[in-house]
Write a protein of this length. Structure first.
Length: 565
């Protein structure tokens, strides 16, 4: 197969670099050996060196093994960006277990599904009221057997006054510790003598179950192996470090505001920093002024984000008060990057904001934009070791030539093993020659740069999160006033896309407001899935056989706007 993209690769980076057999635990060990006294984590002013981090991970691994964690055991993480996440992630792998990431944005029924589907018996969380009560409520009502609960301040230099304020504001809950609820600190109370479980086959051993939605039904777990994650971290490192214009191993700091439970952040804000000996500056949430201050005060060199974050930074009223010239690598993912935003960010910081494309199933990586080779509108070149071809959308058994639109199909060392407990979905998602069918439609130009033009799957990208209209529609149908509903994505200058509901009411029911609809959906949808626009219609378009037709609705809307659908 031809690989025209290799001609556009940056000097010193080889597409045919062998990334097989890598794993993230060996990357961690290598960084601990090379930079034992370098800060690995900075959280609320508390620094944890690579040596101390390694010790905490070993002790946590021993504590987890004392609870029965080992090969085949799945441990959930229901955490924001805190040191407990970093420690627990690697400790679970050290103990021989598998990490299952849980999103605090998920609705209760989705969390319950993931617990049951993934066979999660142990879950690690914090004592925050936004987290602990949700999971405590699932003890005894699901297969979840044990909670391990940490505190926000136990690894941060948090003043007592701040801790008192959190209590007064009701942000910290009262935890009922006992046989089924164990303090995080208790699992660290040992000498760190864990039993090692050497990886016999990193390409087959699942390290992380990362849930991703589908066009129908509930989320399914992508099986990301140790080899997948090792390759993904190496891909990011090899295309971003030890280049005069980019980053250098053992010397950089990376701002971590993307949620680590998301695959993009897990690879680019956790595994990549560890692989290159960088410091992770953890923040529980994104705040534009805090980010600006961090970059200015600490000379941050790398900031992975999503377009909404970069928009918030350049739009901040005090942005000119901060020096952002330390930035070397700023990567945008999760949603298309507007060219205007890219240009404004470069003018402000001197740093080229680059765009990549990927999915949960590709360990977030699929393409990258090489330094100095930006093509507006393109998501870059195939990553190291990755091959991308384009399938005919009418006949996916054949490929289309370069320059023609087709469905992206991808192979490489970072592509998932398959979907957990879903062999049929796995078979349907791969071609006979082993390429994963992404559902995205695009083309490749003569230099190997890829352009995404459409999606075959019914999915929206809202602020970097996958949002599936079917899930929203099912939640809206629970309202007794709703007879029919269709959800489409509308352009949102901040989030990229937002869901809009088109509703036909049952006879005799009055119209309701958008705020009333949001109130109804609050316990049924995650925050990232919430409807942001509403339109009532006397009828919704249907096919000749009476099936609701989103294509007809899109065509109608496009005709009204005077554009081609």
């Amino acid at each position: 197969m031809q690989t025209p993209w290799t001609r556009s690769y940056p000097a010193g980076v080889r597409w045919d670099t062998d990334l097989t057999g890598l794993n993230v635990l060996e990357m961690l060990d290598d960084s601990v050996r090379r930079w034992p006294d370098r800060s690995a984590v900075d959280f609320m002013g508390r620094k944890i060196s690579y040596r101390e981090l390694s010790d905490l991970i070993a002790r946590m691994a021993a504590g987890l093994q004392g609870m029965g964690v080992g090969p085949g055991v799945h441990v959930g993480l229901y955490l924001p960006n805190v040191p407990q996440y970093v420690i627990s992630f690697f400790a679970i792998l050290r103990a021989g277990g598998t990490v299952v990431n849980y999103s605090p944005l998920d609705a209760g029924n989705v969390l319950a599904h993931k617990i049951e589907d993934s066979r999660t018996d142990i879950l690690i969380t914090l004592d925050l009221n936004s987290l602990y009560p949700t999971m405590a409520g699932l003890l005894g009502k699901s297969r979840l057997k044990t909670l391990v609960v940490g505190s926000l301040g136990e690894f941060g230099a948090m003043p007592e006054q701040t801790q008192a304020q959190l209590w007064q504001q009701g942000q910290v809950g009262s935890v009922q510790y006992g046989d089924r609820c164990i303090p995080f600190a208790e699992l660290l109370d040992n000498a760190g003598q864990y039993q090692a479980h050497p990886l016999r086959d990193p390409a087959q051993t699942v390290a992380v179950l990362q849930y991703t939605g589908g066009t129908t039904g509930l989320p399914k777990g992508a099986m990301l192996t140790h080899a997948n994650l090792g390759a993904a971290a190496a891909q990011v490192m090899l295309t971003n470090v030890d280049n005069e214009e980019l980053m250098h191993v053992g010397k950089e700091s990376i701002l971590v505001v993307l949620p680590l439970f998301h695959v993009y952040a897990m690879v680019c804000c956790l595994l990549f920093p560890v692989a290159c000996g960088a410091e992770m500056r953890l923040h529980v949430r994104f705040d534009a002024e805090t980010v600006l201050r961090e970059i200015d005060d600490h000379g941050v060199g790398c900031f992975p984000g999503v377009p909404t974050m970069f928009t918030a930074l350049i739009s901040h009223p005090r942005v000119q008060d901060y020096n952002l010239r330390s930035l070397k690598v700023c990567a945008s993912g999760g949603a298309p990057l507007p060219v205007e935003l890219m240009q404004q960010f470069k003018a402000l910081t001197g740093c080229q904001l680059t765009e990549g494309w990927g999915m949960t199933e590709t360990c977030t990586g699929g393409t990258f934009t090489p330094a100095g080779r930006l093509k507006p509108g393109s998501c870059g070149l195939p990553q190291i070791g990755v091959t991308i071809k384009f399938l005919d959308t009418e006949d996916p058994t054949r490929s289309v030539p370069p320059g023609e639109n087709g469905e992206l199909a991808i192979s490489g060392p970072n592509i998932m093993r398959g979907y957990w407990n879903k062999p049929e979905s796995t078979r349907e998602s791969f071609t006979e020659d082993g390429f994963f069918r992404t559902g995205d439609v695009g083309y490749m130009d003569e230099d190997g740069f890829i352009y995404i033009v459409d999606r075959t799957k019914d999915m929206l990208l809202c602020g970097g999160f996958n949002v599936y209209p079917r899930v929203i529609e099912e939640a809206i149908y629970a309202n007794p006033a709703v007879e029919e509903v269709m959800v489409l994505g509308i352009d949102d200058p901040y989030r990229g896309q937002s869901p809009k509901a088109y509703i036909k009411l049952r006879p005799g029911y009055p119209q309701f407001s958008l705020d009333e609809l949001k109130a109804f959906l609050r316990d049924r949808l995650g925050k990232h899935e919430m409807v942001q626009a509403l339109e009532f219609r006397a009828e919704l378009p249907k096919t000749a056989v009476g099936k609701l037709s989103k294509k007809m609705l899109k065509d109608e809307l496009a005709a009204q706007a005077g554009v081609s659908a």
